[in-house]
Structure formats: C-alpha cells, structure tokens
Design a protein around this ligand. Structure first.
Ligand code: FEH
Ligand code: ZN
Ligand code: ZN
Length: 344
C-alpha cells in the first residue's frame, strides 16, 4: 500500500509498504481522511531517536473498518470510525481515571507517534481507540479527533468559568481556533472575541458565530479592552491557539483577575510569571493558567455528537496522499487556512 512516512529524522516521503493486518484486539481501517497537524512538524523536526523511524505519520484519523482482529467485539467491516490517537499505558493514575492525555508513559504512546499512523491507505489500530461516527463525513470526522478535541478539552477545563454572559477571547482562528469558536457557540452562552492577523480568518470566525473580531496588531489589546473593560476586569477566559510571545502577551494583558488562560497553541512562546503584585504585573492575581493537551475519549465522543448534529464543521483543505509532503510544507509556511486533510 502507499504510505507517507518519516523514513529518517526530518525526511517525509511517500513509500510502498506492506498493507498491515489487524492483530489480536485490533481493527484494520481503510483510511478515509487524516488531518495534517503542526505537531507532525515537531515530530519531523525532533532530535533523532525521540520518535521511531521509519514511521507512518498522521494522528488525526477517520476511516472505514476493513477487517477486525481476534477478540474484537462491537465492530464490523463497513463501520465508520474516528480514531482516538492517544495510547495510554492503561495502568497509571491518570489512565485509571480516564485521562489518558495525562498518561505518565514516556515517550507518550500514540497512533502516528509511537506506532504507524494514518498517512496511508490502511492503518491497524487497537479497537479500544475507535469511536463510531455513523454517517458523519470522514473528512469532517478526522479533524475532530485532534484539531477539534484539543480546544474541546480546553473549553471543558474552563467550563466553570464560561458562565452565560461572560467573555471568551480566542486567539488564532486557524485549524484549532476556528473549531474552538464553533464549540463555544454550540456549548456556551458566552461573548466570543476572535483575534487573528488575517481578515479572512476573522471573516470565518464571524460566520462561525464570533460576536466580535479584532485584528492581531499593536492596538489589539486596546481594542479587546474596549470590549472587556479595564484591568483588573477583563476577559473571563482566553484561549491562545497560537502560543507565540506576541499572542501570549496579548492573552495575559486582557485576562481578568481570576480569569482562565488556556495555552493551547504549541508555538514555542514564553509566558513570564512573576508572582508578585508588581507594576505592571505580568498577569492579574488569581489567574489560572492551564496547558491543555489533546483530550479524552469521552470528550471525543461528545464532540462527534456535535459534528453529527452539524454544530461543529471543520473548514478543510483536502489533498491526495501523494501531495501530503506539499501540504506539510504549506502548513509550515502558514499557508493552510482551516485544517489540511489528506484523503488517501
Ligand atoms: C500530538 C503529539 C505530540 C504533541 C502534541 C500533539 C498534539 O497535536 C495533540 O493535539
Ligand atoms: Zn496533533
Ligand atoms: Zn498511563
């Protein structure tokens, strides 16, 4: 079968490999769609040895059951499924509580991370990683497993603060941010302020239900403050889906005292924390800072339900498998709008 693999550190190429088979407890999926994630670029750029090579990348997968392995129940050929990409150890305190996204396993286990992923015609996965998607378009189901699940989980963490009439700022209306806006619209009654450098992204945010849009320029903090009010008041929740120094600075400059700062984007920026009430403070007193990671299987099931109701719809750019390296180059150059989805 055709597969796009990291054949050696930093090298992503299409190769011909044997079609996998479903082992005991596994299911063989015909891949319908697989999202291209920035984290795949981190995998490609990682120091040699951190991730196994050769490895088929792709951890944002949806497909159709081809065959089921020994001992598998609840799945039959033709079933349509989304893949929960994390493979926790199953025995640590986090896994035992159903929080496999906090598993203590090193390195983290995952489809497309510690074993072959979905950038291929077929992928074998443990049946325990699958969730039924019914008639949901697989090109829509795939982004939900990561680009959607990550902000969904972040919003779940902040849900006690997302009271009706409160304000949530979403910074970065890209692959994760545009889904964050829809999840907020579908599951809360908050005022949503979308922030991005791109007018097209802000137009998308408006179409998806953001109440205010602000260009990410030097006046962004002042514009946001006109909406959320002066310090020590501010935004009740800020979700930074970019995570670079300028966005982290904007985030900490507009969050309210006692607000929630969710650092979802892995852009490599730094959030200075000086736990004194100095002038100017790096951020207000009582700010809750969280670095969410991916999400749980239970949350993915809830998000799939929102997708099937048409309440969360990914804005996708599709590419055939042979153009996957090109898609990642565009992603690296910031030229993908919404989510890039590879369709083998
Ligand atoms: C995946 C693997 C490693 C680091 C981060 C990620 C995220 O894309 C998960 O949402
Ligand atoms: Zn990812
Ligand atoms: Zn574990």
């Amino acid at each position: 079968m055709r597969a796009v693999r990291m054949t050696s550190p930093g090298v992503l190429e299409q190769v011909e490999v044997p079609t996998p088979t479903a082992g005991s407890g596994e299911v063989l999926l015909a891949v319908g769609a697989v999202g291209a994630c920035h984290s795949d670029l981190h995998v490609l750029d990682a120091p040699p040895g951190l991730f196994p090579t050769p490895i088929t990348l792709g951890h944002e997968i949806a497909g159709t059951v081809e065959t089921v392995g020994a001992g598998v129940t609840g799945w039959s050929a033709g079933d349509r499924a989304a893949v929960y990409g994390i493979i926790g150890c199953g025995t640590c305190r986090a896994c035992l509580r159903g929080r496999e996204n906090q598993c203590r396993r090193v390195p983290p286990g995952g489809i497309g991370l510690s074993r072959d992923g979905g950038l291929a015609e077929y992928v074998a996965v443990p049946a325990s990683r699958l969730l039924h998607v019914g008639d949901l378009d697989l090109i829509q189901a795939a982004p939900l497993t990561d680009a959607g699940l990550t902000p969904y989980h972040a919003i779940e963490l902040a849900r006690p603060a997302l009271r009706p009439g409160t304000t949530c700022v979403v910074i970065g209306i890209g692959g994760l941010g545009h889904l964050a806006v829809q999840i907020l619209v579908a599951t809360t009654a908050v005022h949503i302020i979308a922030v991005d450098t791109s007018v097209a992204a802000l137009d998308l945010a408006t179409r998806m239900g953001a109440h205010h849009v602000v260009r990410a320029d030097p006046e962004a903090v002042d514009r946001i403050r006109e909406i959320v009010g002066p310090a020590p008041d501010g935004a009740d929740v800020v979700i930074d889906c970019v995570g670079v120094d300028p966005t982290l600075t904007t985030a900490r400059s507009v969050v309210a005292t006692g607000g929630q700062l969710l650092l979802v984007g892995l852009g490599g920026g730094t959030l200075p924390v000086r736990p004194v009430a100095d002038e100017p403070p790096t951020m207000p007193l009582e700010t809750n800072v969280v670095i969410p990671f991916w999400g749980t299987r239970a949350e993915l099931q809830e998000l799939i339900a929102l997708g099937r109701l048409g309440l969360v719809t990914a804005d996708v750019q599709t590419f055939p498998l042979e153009r996957a390296p090109e898609a990642y180059d565009l992603l690296r150059r910031g030229e993908i709008h919404g989510r890039a989805v590879i369709v083998p």
